[in-house]
Design a protein around this ligand. Structure first.
Ligand code: ATP
Length: 370
């Protein structure tokens, strides 16, 4: 039996759909997610992206309804989606795991092998930055091992207490994880200013950091067109303040990347601008760099730019993965619209010294995207 042309077209449209799971999270999460999804919906219409959104609860909302901050069904939904957006989660306030407290951020990174946390920080024209120089850099942070005791073991925890007065924290560094984050860093650098800096502490942690550097150097040797150097993490913290302009792509292990990226984001203007994606071979999660900001939650004070810019990065990842140039155009349009709002003191949020609330910033963003 032959399909009717209308049924064939409907089937084609359904196949071309890009499914995005939406996980609003805790604290300011729902507020900044609303702005982000509205912006994506506007881009969807303008660039015919074929986005289909599916909202799922995680965090305290899911705990209240399902008894668990990360129900297994949500992990499945993220696995099946083409990409997903996780709002900030306040996992310090969750109950113990046995009582339903699972850290959605950490567990999704492991469950879907999202090994590359890509965290750009750039200063904006017209917006004061706190470092001595402007910056435009990206931190490629290894995302699956290191010191993260809740996720760096196959079973059990990387932290334990042999006696009540002795705590041990085990750090895991593998050749495979070091190599693949290095490959991501060099791929990124080739599209940017062609420079990679490995950030390490091999003068103290000779084995773990030595192994990390061994792998990064091997990848560097395969990319002679990219300039490569190395910097100790302590001096890197100072150099971000003194002369961040000299860096392009930083590659580093999990905890150094976490700390340096918050520093870089704040120096660039505000943590409220700090976007990121967590990417693997098959999945990608957009996630703002900051936490759930309980101090300003529900007050219409949060800057949604961080999550909107993370969603823009997700669009870029999807476009590359599926060979859809319209997604790169949509990413560029969203980034340009946010940059224009930030450049104008009249359309800045409070964290940037402006007067706009979250909702008003969202409305201004939709206007710019029209
Ligand atoms: P959590 O417990 O979830 O980590 P936190 O408040 O300890 O939350 P962050 O959420 O990272 O840590 O916030 C650090 C500071 O930055 C807070 O004062 C917060 O209000 C501010 N902040 C974070 N995100 C934003 C944002 N999107 N807009 C404005 N201010 C923000």
């Amino acid at each position: 039996m032959h399909e009717s042309p209308r049924a064939a077209r409907a089937a084609m449209m359904a196949a071309a759909r890009m499914h995005i799971a939406i996980l609003p999270g805790d604290g300011i999460g729902p507020e900044i997610m609303t702005v982000t999804v509205e912006a994506l919906a506007r881009l969807d219409r303008r660039f015919a992206l074929g986005l289909a959104f599916e909202a799922r609860e995680v965090g305290l909302a899911a705990l209240a309804r399902a008894g668990n901050t990360l129900p297994d069904a949500v992990i499945d939904a993220c696995r099946k989606a083409d990409g997903f957006i996780l709002g900030p989660v306040g996992h310090h306030d969750y109950p113990p795991r046995a009582e339903g407290g699972r850290n959605p951020s950490g567990e999704l990174r492991i469950a879907l092998d999202l090994y590359a946390n890509i965290r750009p920080s750039r200063s904006y024209e017209g917006l004061p930055h706190y470092g001595r120089t402007p910056m435009d850099l990206v931190i490629a942070r290894e995302n699956t091992e290191g010191f993260y005791a809740d996720r760096n073991m196959h079973q059990g925890s990387g932290e334990f207490m042999p006696t009540p007065d002795l705590a041990l924290s085990v750090r895991k560094i593998s050749a495979q994880a070091s190599r693949r984050i290095a490959q991501v860093a060099f791929r990124l650098a080739k599209r940017r200013r062609r420079k990679v800096t490995a950030v390490h502490k091999a003068n103290v942690l000779k084995l773990g950091e030595g192994l990390f550097l061994r792998e990064v150097r091997a990848v560097a040797a395969q990319h002679p067109e990219v300039a490569y150097d190395e910097q100790l993490v302590d001096s890197m913290a100072a150099m971000l303040v003194r002369d961040a302009a000299r860096y392009d792509v930083l590659v580093t292990t999990n905890m150094y990347g976490d700390i340096l990226s918050d520093e870089a984001a704040e120096l660039s203007g505000s943590l409220g601008l700090a976007a990121s994606i967590n990417a693997g071979e098959a999945h990608c999660m957009a996630q703002a760099q900051h936490g759930s900001a309980p101090d300003i939650a529900g007050k219409d004070l949060a800057n949604p730019a961080s999550l909107a810019l993370s969603a823009a990065m997700l669009l870029g990842w999807l476009g590359e993965r599926h060979g859809r140039p319209a997604f790169a155009e949509a990413q560029a349009a969203l980034e340009a619209a946010v940059a224009r709002l930030i450049a104008d003191p009249a359309t800045r949020t409070r964290d940037l010294g402006g007067a706009l609330g979250t909702r008003a910033f969202g409305a201004a963003l939709l206007e710019r995207l029209a």
